[in-house]
Design a binder for this molecule. Structure first.
Ligand SMILES: NC(=O)c1ccc[n+]([C@@H]2O[C@H](COP(=O)([O-])OP(=O)(O)OC[C@H]3O[C@@H](n4cnc5c(N)ncnc54)[C@H](O)[C@@H]3O)[C@@H](O)[C@H]2O)c1
Length: 254
């Protein structure tokens, strides 16, 4: 049984991916800030043996402890899907322009999205070096904002999501010798609470303000991100590494 650790696993995209992984037959560990909510989410997944744990992706010591707990109590993690992230201020969400962007926001957002991705990917690398697995996979989560400079998000978010692409490519080269593939998913606007936050809306929904720019004419569904993650995690996805999988309705083609 392959074990998958899904960080940010109670959020819109993380939970959809956790559900998909469970239906793909993996044992899923939902890792998120609140351990009780993570446990509750894990209990809704198809099949047995899934777990929820408290996890803080931006805290080095807590990440190390959480990996250690999973590896010793459950087994070696074959798939890390790292969805934990935050939007911060700036862009449409708050109307704060670059000239007014704060260093505090920069530190918080890059501290979780970039530094946190580094911490989690590094911990997975350390665990797998100590105890190799077959078909190891790391899936990071960038964003259209990291590719285009952000249509609705602030400078720290865009920069942090560009950093995720650099981490992904460096890790893909480094971890190839361990047989681990490392790929990024770059979502466009997907219908989750974070999109509602980015668009300044209170509810989730399809209130994206730039629908006309999306060739497919709609925002995406969390399940459509989960489908990409499922492919990247699969054994047959083993010849794809260092790639960025765009799931953006055609909003950005390159
Ligand atoms: N929804 C979109 O349109 C969209 C687009 C591009 C990229 N993304 C990225 O996808 C990922 C998931 O976003 P989402 O839309 O599901 O957002 P979401 O807000 O629904 O979920 C984010 C999850 O991360 C968790 N989290 C926050 N800080 C954490 C921490 N320090 N440690 C562990 N977990 C933490 C939250 O509790 C939440 O469950 C994020 O990295 C986001 O930047 C989303």
């Amino acid at each position: 049984m392959r074990i998958a650790l899904v960080t940010g696993g109670v959020g819109g995209l993380g939970l959809a991916t956790a559900k998909q992984f469970a239906s793909d037959g993996m044992t899923v560990i939902i890792a998120d800030l609140d351990g009780t909510i993570a446990e509750r989410a894990a209990a809704t997944l198809e099949g047995d043996g899934h777990r929820g744990i408290a996890f803080d992706a931006g805290n080095e010591q807590k990440v190390i402890a959480a990996f250690k707990q999973v590896e010793s109590e459950i087994g070696p993690i074959a798939v890390l899907a790292h969805f934990a992230g935050m939007l911060g201020t700036g862009g449409t969400a708050t109307g704060i322009s670059l000239a007014d962007a704060s260093l505090d926001d920069w530190d918080k957002v890059t501290g979780l999205n970039a530094r946190g991705t580094f911490i989690c990917v590094r911990e997975m690398a350390r665990c797998r070096r100590a105890r190799p697995v077959e078909h190891g996979r790391i899936i990071t989560v960038s964003s259209l904002a990291g590719q285009t400079g952000g249509l609705q998000s602030g400078v720290a978010y865009s920069a942090s999501k560009a950093a995720v692409l650099g981490i992904t490519r460096a890790a893909a080269r480094d971890l190839a010798s361990l047989g681990i593939t490392v790929n990024a998913i770059a979502p466009g606007p997907i219908d989750t609470p974070m999109l509602a936050q980015a668009t300044g809306q209170n509810n989730t929904g399809t209130k994206y303000t730039k629908l006309d720019s999306i060739p497919l004419g709609r925002v995406g569904l969390p399940e459509e991100i989960a489908a990409a993650a499922s492919f990247l995690a699969s054994v047959n996805g083993g010849y794809v590494t260092g790639a960025t999988i765009d799931v953006n309705g055609g909003l950005f083609m390159h």
